[in-house]
Design a protein around this ligand. Sequence first.
Ligand SMILES: Cc1ncc(COP(=O)(O)O)c(C=O)c1O
Length: 454
Amino acid sequence: MDNKAEKKNKKKALKQEILEKVGEYYRLVYRDDEEFIPGKSRLNYAGRVFDEKEIINLTDSSLEFWLTYGRYSKEFEKKLSDFLGVKYTFLVNSGSSANLLAFMALTSPLLEDRQVKRGDEVITVAAGFPTTVAPIIQYGAIPVFVDVNLQTFNIDINQLEKSVSSKTKAVMLAHTLGNPFDISALKTFCQKYNLWLIEDNCDALGSKYDGKYTGTLGDIGTSSFYPPHHMTMGEGGATYTDNKLLKKIMLSMRDWGRDCWCESGIDNTCGCRFNKQYGTLPFGYDHKYVYSHFGYNLKATDMQAAIGCAQLEKLPEFIQKRKNNFQLLYNGLEDMKDFFLLPKATSKSDPSWFGFWLTLKDGVSFKRNEIVKYLEDNNIQTRNLFAGNITRHPCFSQLELCKDYRVIGELKNTDKIMNDSFWVGVYPGMTSEKNNFIVKSIIDFISKYRKVDI
Ligand SMILES: Cc1ncc(COP(=O)(O)O)c(C=O)c1O
């Protein structure tokens, strides 16, 4: 055997040995066989769920040491596209970056009269996560906040007509905690006024509306792969679309704003790298360094994508477990309707829930923070609906109402959620024993207050 072949064989054998050891390490260190002790074991609202496949993929990618966008990234984009049934997917480094990229794509001059310009309005809600709204404000567009429905936690479609003006160009909304917003109503509204629709699908991967995956029904969908989400790669996110022009713009903006579409390490994909006129540059200026947008570098590493590829295989099972866990909590808490407003799936939807929320009914004799403290003291982790009402946060202190943002009505339900709602987890790491303990703890808390209640 010559030297080269020997080296190749040795490399293969060594890699195999390393990957086997990694599997062994996983089984020793991470396999969760700890007994659940109610009240003592921590019940997180979410967390990574993985096995040796994720660590093996990660190690494989790190041995390859390509580091940036590479074969795993490509595979991930293709597989997520296939799963969702969309034409184009872009892997990015977070859900917030995905929202930034999705929104900024709408500001491209390539969109001509549909370009979102500074001062144009974008309809959204205040009850949710800040980075659904941040790109709108950072760019200098005007978010218009509409109130939400207390049962679905999504935009109140009865207020849509009131929110539109001659400046409205887009709607950007999250499917709250996995519950799809009323996509039929939103699409009809967007068609009527020629508006873009961005679906922040960060908390809803796998949810369906009218038989189709959320995130694929508007113009652009976004995902987050931060650990609590439906699947993870540590940090990570994605945008997806069927629109060829938006695809071109998002590729450019994700990758520094460049005009060229060569993959990392590859030159002259277009075949005319040095023989075109761009702007007022000298003729034949290297296409690789021609910029059609003011872009970013939002790419993830290939190591993140490698983890994502392993997680994608588990996604259908993750989604099913989230649905089952939600149902167990719902069944257990259904009788608590005197005390709480329970979540309600939007009609025509099949949610892949991110969490199970409870809203205290008006008039109950305890406060949200009292029940939350009780649960946390019992080692049950809780969460608020993120910002509650984003317009009440310090980041709004320098913004002027009616100039920098608009509010439709009084956002009464948004404030109610800010004051009286909380949620617990339904992630795949939950078991029926754990769900039962959450249900029992809530009922135990309520039993203390039952006598003095409404
Ligand atoms: C609705 C929504 N959008 C966007 C994000 C941001 O995702 P990331 O944390 O990956 O930036 C989150 C985060 O949880 C979210 O809940």
